[in-house]
Each structure stands twice: as C-alpha cells, then as structure tokens.
Design a protein around this ligand. Structure first.
Ligand code: GLN
Length: 310
C-alpha cells in the first residue's frame, strides 16, 4: 500500500470508528455555538507537498475559537519579536482551564498565549499598520495560514460579545497589573472577532501544515511567517495548547496541538503534516471528544508521536 493510500485508509477507518461516539456536549456559554450539528464529524490531513486528505464533514464551516490563538501569537511574534512579546505574556503551562482567572505570580503576566488571558494580551499586542487596522491584519494573517480568504461569523461574534463578561473581567484584571497595553473593551472585542473567524477542518489542516512546513503554506507556496516564529509557536502549542491536559496529550499523542470550543482541533507534525478534526461535542476541558479520540488513534496507527524513534 502506498503512503497516501495508508493515510486515506486511516482517515476513513477512524472516521467510521468514532462517528458514533456521542459523549460530550456543545459549548453553550456562547449560545450561538449550540446551533452547530452535533453529528458533524470531519477529519483532514495536509502533507508537505500540499495534498489534502479528508474524511466526513471536512468542508463544514465552524468558528476557530481558541484555534485562532497560536496564529495570532505568530503574528505578534513576527511583528514584535520573542523578547518583546515575552515581556507581556509568558510561556509556561498554567495547569488550569482555558478561562481561568489567574495570572503569573510576581510578573502579573498571563502564563501563556494559549489560555484566554494570554490570548487577549497577544491580540492586543498586534499593532495597527499603515495599511490596515489590527483586526484586518489578524484576518489576513489567518487567511494566509489557511491559503484562502476567511470571514467572520457575525452571529457567533455577536453571541460571544453579548455573553463574554468573564473575558472582559479577565482583560480588566490584566490591565490592573499593567500587562495590557490597550483598552480592555477594545482588546476583548478584537479577540472575540478573531474567535469568530470561520474555517473548515481542511483549512485547519492547512494552517497546521503551514506551521509544520517552517512557516510556508504548502498549498499556496506563500511564506507566512519565518521558520523561527513557526518553531516558537509549535513549542508553545506542545507545552500549553491543550491547557490542563497538555502533558497528557503530549504523552499519549505526541504532537503540538490546539483545540477550540466550537469543536475544531489541529495538530502539527513538524516537517511532515498538518492534521485536523471537527466535531462539536466537547469534553470537560473544552476539547472535541471525537477529535481527541481520532487524532490519538491516528498518531498511534501511523506512528506520529514526535518523541518516537521510528
Ligand atoms: N472564544 C472562546 C472564549 O474566549 C474561546 C475558548 C476556547 O475555544 N477554548 O471563551
């Protein structure tokens, strides 16, 4: 069997194996997210030659939510450099939930850019450019990672803006420690807009593949960020991308990854592939239940664990 037949086979088989799992629940603290179809389940893998493999609902759009965080972190790193970004946001696993009301003792910085507190700061660090306001830069950056023009789901944005007091509280807390360089209301609204950017599982796999390919989108050939920035983002995804289950995920699955509460999940195999799943039923940590199961099984089946010597 050729390598590409093995990938196609594995995606189809794992899709069939986990499609019937109906544990978990949709996120309802953003009411609009409960309108997604709980049966939707898509898997996608993009190789370094830009070939996309998929199974199931891999072209169904959903909002990025926290899957946006590593890519906006990449934009901030590209604009300001690691030293400046690290003055504002740390790079240590927090061991806490994504929405924890907590900052690093001593510095007052958020622990890392993958939890909400750190992501709000990262978003706030993206400066307006002469050509574009900050959100325009964020949207074009996310689009370059995906290799096509993405847009905002205004209903999801409105729904989170109407109910997002916890994130607003976090932003005010961060500002009180001197760790937020802009107005909290504005920072959180830009963050909500980036969370409401719409993409598919195939898009997520292309985005992950771009990080895996050293910052070059393997489908369009465009350099999106430098190899240094891509490596920095993957490092933080490996240690912090799955919040308080990051250690267990790295132990079992062995890949830098990021989950989001609409049910998107992506993982990257450096120099090898980008991988993604979409299924809206979530476990207690806000990760897609079927996505976690399928990516874990795929890693085992294809021997993808990064620490493994083939
Ligand atoms: N927009 C969501 C929030 O801030 C994203 C959280 C997530 O996907 N884990 O609560």
């Amino acid at each position: 069997m050729s390598a590409s037949e093995a990938v196609t086979d594995a995606l189809r088989e794992l899709h069939a194996r986990f499609a019937g799992v109906d544990e978990g629940r949709q996120a309802d603290y953003i009411p609009e997210l409960t309108r997604s179809d709980p049966d939707d389940f898509g898997l996608a893998l993009v190789s370094m030659d830009g070939h996309a493999y998929s199974a199931g609902a891999a072209d169904t759009p959903f909002t990025l939510q926290s899957v946006s965080k590593p890519f906006v972190y990449a934009l901030a790193l590209a604009a300001l450099g690691l030293d400046e970004v690290s003055r504002w946001v740390g790079a240590e696993p927090s061991g806490e939930a994504f929405n924890a009301i907590s900052l690093e003792p001593g510095t007052g910085r958020p622990a890392n850019a993958m939890v909400n507190a750190g992501a709000i700061v990262t978003t706030a660090l993206v400066p307006d450019s002469r050509e574009e306001p900050a959100f325009g830069r964020i949207l074009s950056c996310l689009s370059r990672f995906a290799g096509r023009k993405l847009d905002v789901d205004e209903d999801v944005h409105g729904s989170e803006a109407a109910t997002g007091d916890r994130n607003r509280a976090l932003a005010y807390l961060i500002r009180s420690t001197g760790s937020l360089p802009v107005d909290p209301v504005q920072a959180v609204d830009t963050y909500f807009r980036q969370c409401a950017v719409r993409a598919t599982a195939v898009d997520l796999a292309v985005m992950a593949a771009t990080l895996a390919y050293g910052g070059v989108n393997p489908v369009t050939g465009e350099r999106v960020v430098s190899p240094e920035v891509a490596a920095q983002v993957l490092a933080v995804m490996a240690t912090c991308g799955m919040y308080d289950s990051s250690g267990d995920w790295l132990l079992r699955v062995g890949l830098p990854a990021k989950s989001g509460v609409s049910g998107g999940l992506l993982a990257a195999g450096p120099a090898r592939f980008g991988l993604a799943a979409y299924s809206p039923l979530l476990d207690a940590s806000g990760t897609s239940v079927r996505g976690r199961a399928a990516l874990g099984a795929l890693s085992e089946r294809l021997g993808l664990h990064l620490m493994r010597n083939p």
